[in-house]
Ligand binder design. Sequence first.
Ligand code: CA
Length: 244
Amino acid sequence: MVSKVRLQASKHMTSKQILVVEDERPIREMIAFGLRRAGFEVREAEDCRTARAALADRRPDLILIDWMLPDNSGLELTRSLKRERDTRDLPVIMLTARAEEVDKVTGLDGGADDYMTKPFSPRELIARVNAVLRRSGGQDEAELVRVDELTLDRAGHRVVAGDRTVTLGPTEYRLLEFFMTHPERVYSREQLLDRVWGGNVYVEERTIDVHIRRLRKALEDFGYDRLVQTVRGAGYRFSARADA
Ligand code: CA
């Protein structure tokens, strides 16, 4: 009886494993600490060579790769992982420094599933890791997605702010669903067209601005229009951070 309980408990507690590839020790330790506290199992590597050895040893559920590594670039590592059959599906989040804005795009072209710009809070990191794991199928797709008091109920196909329903048109709902499941990242109008409208529909990019305006209007009464942020010259971002 006792062993049965224990077995169930340990099964329940099986945690996702994350490999952190970062040469700067204080940053690596900060990341590892935050992830462990959130219940992840963490392994650390300080360069591409060590990362390779760790990968050969055991496949993690997700890998965080710093852009600048001493023996090879994190981008190269990402590219090679995405080329190889065994690691192709392994979700990668790239870490970049703020000065490397342009590199972000390249990072995504290189196959990274997401990127994060340093510095970031442990909370932000956990949110991103969970989002990428969810997207990659590593976790069940959450039926309820929450940002602040805003809750997206995918099963019920509705959005609730506190205890009040947010009235949205179908396009605004899809747009908000995409934003809430892909937070803290800038999407260009073109990317939003692809992801929310689907690539084969002919919609002018200006149309997106119209729907963004409607979405903000719908969220305004609840004070959540601020979450839909315009990033000049780049596109839109959904963020709960006031400083964004
Ligand atoms: Ca580095």
